[in-house]
Design a protein around this ligand. Structure first.
Ligand code: UDP
Length: 346
């Protein structure tokens, strides 16, 4: 059994993708727990705004770069969290080759760094490794139903390859690697233009535009509030011994997209109803994590119900969008619409 190499509870953590939606919350939580944090981000989909409040923190360092290039931190690192990758379907499909390279070359670079430094490594994998699942809910031993030639393949297959790299180096005794399979996550700091369902619906409702529903809206997802996810990620990194298996992290509550839209309609007075669009190719019909493994190994389960987390997210968007509660400026909304209309639809 490979033992934890960076054994200090408050060592230095490198967070790749640390300026992104989940990554920036992870940086906050690690600093609050006494870690030093080195954030690595290319700002391709992350935002400097997310980490601006941390720039003057004595324990925080920023390295602006792509993980496809070798990362050379200025101090030893004990933990490496790899969250660096575009994660929403329109964004990861915008430059599919770069998405695949980020997953394979980028993860390979960070695993090499972990081996050199004797650092523990956590890979942010995804429920997308299950593809359009034929088993429900999804347990970690389900091998998935991914279309390797479809528009989601750059991400799905990239993340599957990254998992393979992690487990190869773990089996070889070279890296203390851990793998979290993250299900749909939402909360403050989602980008208004990232094209995902929660941000799209809220931004559209706040700006008085009809909410875009793809397909019948009867497809399901399970939505985890970001603080719950971050707690799960840290527990998976810290648990000893290494579980040596992937661990699902997500909220097992399952909702149709229509149900989610109804909740947003109730929460946002300016909401202007729904508009239907074609379903994107290979869009999974059902998704819900079986989190028994996370409960057993990490003593973890989500604490924030969807209604509560959604209200907090609505409040955050209402405060942070350019024109406040009245909704985003026309420029932001135009950008949002453009991003959501990449060539993903069939
Ligand atoms: N979706 C939708 N309207 C939108 C954005 C997404 O109906 O404006 C649907 C999408 O087709 C999918 C679900 O919502 O069935 C979740 O999509 P998202 O892009 O958030 O992530 P996914 O879980 O598909 O990776």
């Amino acid at each position: 059994m490979l033992q934890r190499m960076g054994s200090k509870q408050s060592g230095t953590a490198l967070v790749a993708g640390g300026a992104g939606f989940v990554g920036s919350h992870l940086c906050d939580a690690l600093l609050a727990r006494g870690h030093r944090v080195i954030c690595v981000d290319s700002y391709l989909t992350g935002s400097e705004t997310n980490v601006r409040p941390l720039m003057n923190h004595p324990g925080f360092r920023m390295i602006e770069q792509d993980i496809c290039d070798r990362v050379v931190p200025e101090e030893p690192v004990d933990y490496i969290y790899n969250l660096a990758c575009a994660a929403s379907p329109p964004q990861y499909q915008a430059d599919p080759m770069h998405t695949m390279m980020t997953c394979v070359v980028g993860t390979g670079n960070l695993l090499t760094l972990a081996e050199e430094q004797g650092a523990s490594f956590l890979q942010a994998s995804t429920s997308e490794v299950y593809g359009d699942p034929e088993e429900h809910p999804q347990r970690e031993d389900y091998r998935g139903n991914v279309n390797c030639t479809g528009p989601r393949a750059c991400y799905d297959e990239g993340k599957r390859a990254a998992e393979a790299l992690c487990f190869d180096l773990l089996r070889a005794g070279r890296v203390d690697a851990r793998v979290a399979r993250i299900f749909n996550t939402y909360g403050p700091r989602m980008q208004p233009n990232d094209g995902r369902i929660v941000s799209n619906l809220i931004v559209q409702a706040l700006s008085g535009k009809p909410m875009t529903i793809y397909g019948t809206g009867e497809q399901t997802r399970s939505f985890c509030y970001v603080s719950d996810l971050v707690e799960g990620l840290i527990r998976l990194m810290m648990v000893s011994p290494n579980p040596e298996v992937p661990v699902n992290l997500g909220n097992p509550g399952e909702f149709t997209i229509n149900e989610l839209a109804q909740m947003v309609l109730v929460m946002v007075p300016s909401a202007a109803g729904l508009t239907r669009h074609p379903l994107p190719m290979d869009d999974p019909q059902r998704r819900r994590p079986d989190i028994s493994r996370a409960k057993d190994l990490l003593d973890w389960e989500p604490a924030v119900p969807l209604a509560e987390g959604l209200q907090q997210t609505v409040d955050w968007f209402a405060d942070s969008l350019p024109t406040g509660a009245g909704g985003p400026s026309p420029a932001v909304f135009a950008e949002n619409t453009a991003t959501a209309h990449t060539s993903m639809r069939v």
